[in-house]
Ligand binder design. Structure first.
Ligand SMILES: [Fe+2]
Length: 234
């Protein structure tokens, strides 16, 4: 059965003004009636626990599963990871299913570092242990914070190891943020993309004024295009 899900990244929540704006974004997402919502990191700007709690509360209004992975801004100024792990428990690297699809949330952060990073051994070990247990015939989506395609700015230097570990899956898309701009690469049949930010106060790095979220429709038929998507401007 086909279904709809949404994906957004780089919310950079920091104050009451962001809360009002993001509340409207959540209403817009609800209007799309998704079965699932993916949050691709940098939910907050300064890693503050109260900001993470505010974002969590806003998205809980959707009443559907909201799955998140951390970004570099979700760590505290001294690299504190506890607020993220307390507010979004179990939200680093993990797998889940929806209908006939498989999803992998992947923590590609290297603490609060933003460039020149390395996907950490925990995430690599997770993939080594988990990918062989997944069904290689089922369509699969990865969502993560850092870009993973070669040549995209701020792609971790060992992203090729991640791509190699995903190769045996029926990978449809790898959805990333962090770069705050649209990039798309097709690698072994999968789309590796980065998207615009969904933030009131942060900017897109290419001057694109649009902020918003992606809406995906799955297709379980034999069509080549298993995943249709469009961008909703907020
Ligand atoms: Fe980021």
């Amino acid at each position: 059965m086909s279904f709809r899900f949404v994906s957004l990244n780089d919310l950079h929540f920091r104050d009451a003004e962001c809360e009002r704006w993001l509340s409207q974004v959540v209403d817009r997402i609800a209007a799309v009636d998704p079965a699932l919502c993916l949050l691709g990191g940098d939910l907050v700007d300064r890693g503050a626990k109260e900001d993470l709690q505010a974002v969590s509360a806003l998205f809980s209004r959707l009443g559907v599963p909201v799955r998140a992975v951390p970004g570099n801004h979700d760590y505290g100024p001294a690299g504190e990871a506890e607020p993220w792990d307390e507010v979004f428990p179990g939200s680093r690297s993990y797998a889940f299913e929806h209908e006939s699809w498989q999803f992998l949330g992947l923590d590609t952060t290297c603490g609060p570092e933003w460039d020149g990073t390395e996907v950490q051994p925990e995430a690599i070990s997770f993939l080594r242990g988990t990918v062989p247990q997944l069904d290689p015939r089922r369509p699969t989506v990865v969502f993560t914070h850092f870009p993973l395609a070669p040549g995209v700015p701020m792609t971790p230097f060992n992203a090729h190891r991640v791509r190699a570990l995903l190769q045996e899956l029926d990978l449809q898309a790898v959805l990333s943020g962090h770069y705050h701009a649209v990039t798309e690469h097709r690698i072994d049949g999968a789309i590796y993309s980065t998207s615009r930010c969904c933030s009131l106060q942060a900017a897109n790095h290419d001057g694109d004024p649009d902020k918003g979220f992606l809406v995906f429709e799955t297709n379980d038929g034999k069509a080549d295009l298993r995943l249709r998507r469009h961008f909703e401007r907020c």
